[in-house]
Each structure stands twice: as C-alpha cells, then as structure tokens.
Design a protein around this ligand. Structure first.
Ligand code: T46
Length: 133
C-alpha cells in the first residue's frame, strides 16, 4: 500500500471566495489536540528528518508548496503538497522530510497529541532498528 494517503477538504464558500473547514472525526481521522504551521522556511532548507512513535498528523499546504518525503523503513515515497483542499495523512512510525519550500509556503499541521519531544525519533538508524524489530 502506498504511504501517500490523502484526505480531501471540500471547498466551501460562494462567489466571494472559498473556505475550508477541518473537523475531527470527519475529514480529519483523529481528535485534534494541536495545530501548528510552518512558514518563512529559508530557501534550500529541509525540515523534519524524524519520525514519531505515537503521533498522527494531517499536513495541508494552505499556500505555496513543498515536497514531502515519507519513509516507513521499507519504502520511501515523495509528493508535492500544493493544494489547500488536500491533506496528507502522516501516521506514526513514518520518517518524514520536507524539502523545496516555496517562499510563500504555509504548511498547516493538525496533530493527534500535544507536543512531546520524547515522542520524536530523530536518528534514522534508530528509526530503522525500531521498525525492523
Ligand atoms: C512534524 C513536521 C511536519 C514546539 O515547541 N511545539 C510544537 O508543537 C512543535 C511542532 C515544535 N516545537 C518546537 C520544537 C523546536 O524547538 O519548535 C521548534 C521547531 O520544531 P522542529 O524542529 O521539530 O520542526 P520541524 O519543522 O522539523 O518538524 C515539525 C514538527 O515538529 C514535526 O512533528 O511532523 O513539522
């Protein structure tokens, strides 16, 4: 099965413009405990380079674009995030890297847990050992 799983956010609105609503248990498959966004990422900088033990997330590029790499220790896939109506599901125990942020990129992330540094696996070899246990 592909690591790239999307959730679609139907655009609402009218002739004034568009609106997207993100709702737990509907288009977001977990109770949202935290929302954060990445912006102002410098040219040529990559972010992420970690996995999470428990955390599930949905990432949506509300403006601009970036390239997301997902890796479960067996396969590595990449995809462009460039639509405010498509959210990428990122499960636990998936290594993620973000690259090629456009200067205007705002990457909104919905998270299933509060921030916990102890949930991060920031060493790729340690990640491989854990998924191959
Ligand atoms: C992820 C990708 C997509 C907090 O204090 N609270 C928070 O909720 C978050 C997310 C971060 N931080 C602090 C920890 C660091 O001192 O903000 C700083 C930057 O975080 P980090 O280096 O982890 O940022 P990214 O862009 O590498 O990764 C982030 C998320 O941390 C991560 O969970 O999946 O975005």
């Amino acid at each position: 099965m592909s690591l790239i799983q999307w959730t679609h956010f139907p655009p609402l609105g009218d002739d004034r413009g568009s609106l997207v609503a993100l709702e737990s248990g509907k288009t977001v498959p977990f109770a949202i405990q935290r929302v954060y966004y990445l912006f102002g990422t410098k040219l040529g900088i990559g972010r992420g380079f970690h996995a999470h033990q428990k955390l599930q997330q949905v990432a949506v590029c509300v403006t601009g674009r970036c390239r997301m790499v997902l890796d479960d220790g067996h396969q590595r896939e990449e995809v462009w995030l460039d639509s405010p109506t498509e959210g990428l599901l990122i499960g636990n125990m998936v290594w993620r890297e973000m690259h090629d942020f456009s200067p205007d990129c705002v990457l909104l992330v919905l998270a299933s847990e509060h921030y916990d540094e102890a949930d991060y696996i920031r060493n790729y070899n340690q990640f491989l050992q854990l998924v191959n246990k």
